[in-house]
Design a binder for this molecule. Structure first.
Ligand SMILES: Nc1ncnc2c1ncn2[C@@H]1O[C@H](COP(=O)(O)OP(=O)(O)O)[C@@H](O)[C@H]1O
Ligand SMILES: [Mg+2]
Length: 376
């Protein structure tokens, strides 16, 4: 066993650890990573690491063997979430070891788009009208959005704009759902929740919905949301309520579409894991969701304190492809002053997130970096 008189945390998965490495050092925490890919690039950033087989048996064994104080799964994809939730149940119930992740019940709803929609309907939360896929195309209004029950990054979603497309989709999406196309603005919000205390962060603007179904990953994004007919405070309250109803833990993000004509907020998805919007959220609010997970693990998380620390900077995130800079690494992941920027993401899919005191200052930074974001 690694001897240490400091607090010891096990992080499951190395891929997102670059957002945390500096923070655990600063907080005097001993960090251990378990990872199944021996070539994963952030392994050397933790104090210790173990290569384990895929799945959660390995991490569980290491957590017990090392007698860690808590486990923080750093998993950015949907597939392992259920297994993580099962590990949580076992370690928390049988060993009193906290695991900062959503429990089985929440994950079984969030990972299945049909169950998510039934959850929204049950609690009177608006979601686009939908049906399970039937064989009768004439009953489906166009355009129609077809969704596999599981999927992320747009992988299981297709929009049919005409009858030909519709018929193909019906074949391809057997057992899945079809929902009403909402023309409007895509928004998401991350919510922190731990020990029954909830802090919704900031509504993020992610662009307009399109018939081409361009995923928000490829668009210019900004925070806080700035729309005439929307009160961000109302969105935050509702997001907090959804997290409470779901019983989420750690961090989640909630996706919605604001109908262009009516201003109605339709909820479409909940992801019970760290979100791709976390840099925008950190730039705007000065709350890094990833650092908050560490505070939850150490027992130093206090919702009132987080609420008080929330700032309202202007934040912009721009897909930048392949930007030449030495700053895309763990040393430069934090937003350190009022006007600054962070670059992140793999080569060819890099994004720059700018924090500024005003949109004017954000423009100045973009100009200085030679980024023409108006074309997005
Ligand atoms: N009802 C809808 N109307 C219009 N566009 C939609 C609708 N549902 C999904 N989309 C588009 O498809 C994208 C992916 O859908 P989503 O349900 O969030 O699945 P994923 O898990 O792949 O992110 C959304 O971000 C949006 O661009
Ligand atoms: Mg989504």
């Amino acid at each position: 066993m690694i001897s240490s008189d400091k607090m010891k945390i096990l992080f499951v998965g190395a891929r997102l650890f670059d957002d945390i490495a500096i923070y655990t050092k600063k907080e005097g925490i001993t960090s251990i990573i378990t990872e199944s890919n021996p070539d994963s690039k952030n392994l050397h950033l933790s104090d210790f690491h173990y290569i384990v087989p895929r799945g959660m048996e390995g991490p569980k064994e290491i957590a017990l063997k090392e007698d860690v104080d808590a486990v923080v799964p750093l998993i950015g994809i949907d597939k392992p979430l259920f297994e993580i939730a099962e590990m949580k149940e076992d370690l928390e119930k049988n060993y009193g070891l906290p695991v900062v992740a959503s429990p089985v019940n929440a994950v079984s709803i969030s990972r299945d788009k049909l169950k998510t929609k039934e959850f929204f309907v049950k609690h009177g939360i608006k979601t686009p009208s939908f049906s399970k896929i039937s064989q009768n195309p004439s009953e489906i209004p166009l355009p129609a959005v077809f969704k596999q029950l599981e999927g992320q990054g747009g992988s299981g979603v297709k929009i049919a704009a005409d009858m030909g497309n519709l018929k193909n989709c019906i074949k391809d999406f057997e057992g899945a759902i079809v929902e009403e196309f909402i023309e409007g603005t895509e928004v998401s919000i991350e919510v922190l929740r731990w020990k029954n205390e909830t802090v919704p962060l900031v509504p993020v603007y992610k662009g307009k919905t399109t018939l081409e179904c361009i995923h928000p990953l490829d668009k210019l994004k900004t925070a806080p949301l700035n729309m005439e007919n929307q009160r961000n405070e109302d969105i935050r309250l509702l997001a907090g309520k959804i997290a409470d109803l779901l019983g989420s833990q750690g961090v989640i993000d909630i996706d919605m579409i604001i109908d262009k004509k009516t201003g109605i907020n339709y909820f479409i998805e909940i992801n019970t894991r760290p979100s791709g919007t976390r840099y925008l959220t950190a730039a705007s609010t000065n709350i890094s969701p990833m650092h908050e997970l560490v505070d939850m693990a150490t027992g130093n998380w206090n919702s009132k304190d987080v609420q008080k620390r929330i700032m309202q900077y202007t934040a912009l995130e721009i897909p930048i492809g392949d930007y030449k800079t030495k700053k895309n690494n763990y040393k430069f992941r934090d937003f350190e002053n009022e006007n600054c920027w962070v670059i992140h993401g793999p080569q060819n899919f890099q994004r720059i997130t700018i924090r500024a005191e005003s949109i004017h200052k954000a423009n100045e930074t973009a100009k200085r970096l030679n980024i023409d974001y108006k074309k997005f």
